[in-house]
Design a protein around this ligand. Structure first.
Ligand code: CTP
Ligand code: MG
Length: 224
């Protein structure tokens, strides 16, 4: 099927403490955003790519992103609103499936995205790239209250891949209900829709703090 991509790229990157939003910082000669978008555009099935950008974004025009599949849309006040604005623009009849990927994840492999798509299409429902938790997990505030069994604990990554109409409906419902929607899966869970866990590579990190950019540069130098 034809797949639409949605890239929320309208954040300010407060935790990064840089002079511009982290998606526009340079990594190996190009912007983080270009690294994040490229593996999606590498897929032939992705014939439209909706980029949610801040309305007064002065940086996008200077990137090398000129692929004709890119459609620029306005971002919103939180990630979920940026994603929802993009989903509103998508014709679900033409694009029955949508891949949502953070602009701040420049290291995702094309092969991981392909695996996610294959597994979800085979299952007939949506899913996410995720990686198993490795550390011992604690719950508590000042003191440890308990150790959380990590057997079934995962880190949720992106891309996340869902039927377009179902995702749009789930997000609208979750927002109306005041539920926290920190990723697409959380809206689908709220709507009691199944979400497949597809194990991806743990180096698919989200650039969040300054050290993450250095780590990403290191990973990019490794053979993969
Ligand atoms: N994002 C977005 N619209 C927003 C907020 C975030 O499109 N209103 C995007 C970011 O650009 C990023 C992704 O969502 O690609 C993940 O969000 P996060 O890592 O939290 O990025 P920021 O919100 O920019 O960073 P911070 O929370 O540190 O300010
Ligand atoms: Mg944020």
């Amino acid at each position: 099927p034809a797949i639409a991509a949605v890239i929320p790229a309208a954040g300010v990157g407060q935790r990064m403490q840089a002079d511009k939003p982290k998606q526009y910082l340079r990594l190996h000669g190009k912007t983080v955003l270009e690294h994040s978008v490229r593996p999606l555009l590498a897929l032939e099935a992705v014939t439209a790519c909706y980029l949610a950008l801040s309305e007064q974004d002065p940086y996008f025009a200077a990137t090398g992103l000129t692929d004709p599949r890119i459609v620029r849309v306005n971002g919103g006040s939180e990630r979920v609103h940026s994603v929802f604005n993009a989903l509103q623009q998508i014709d679900a009849a033409r694009y029955p499936w949508v891949l949502v990927h953070d602009a701040a994840r420049p290291l995702v492999r094309v092969s991981d995205i392909q695996l996610l798509i294959e597994r979800c299409l085979a299952a007939g429902h949506g899913g996410i790239l995720a990686t198993p938790v490795r550390d011992t997990m604690k719950r508590g505030r000042q003191q440890v209250n308990c150790t959380v069994d990590r057997t079934d604990l995962w880190h949720a990554l992106t891309p996340q891949f869902f039927p377009t109409a179902a995702l749009r409906q789930a997000i609208a419902g979750a927002l109306a209900a005041g539920v926290a929607v920190t990723d697409e899966a959380s809206a689908m869970e709220w709507a009691q829709q199944p979400v497949l866990l597809v194990e991806g590579h743990s180096d698919n990190l989200k650039i969040t703090r300054p050290a993450d950019l250095q780590l990403a540069a290191f990973y990019l130098e490794q053979p993969r």
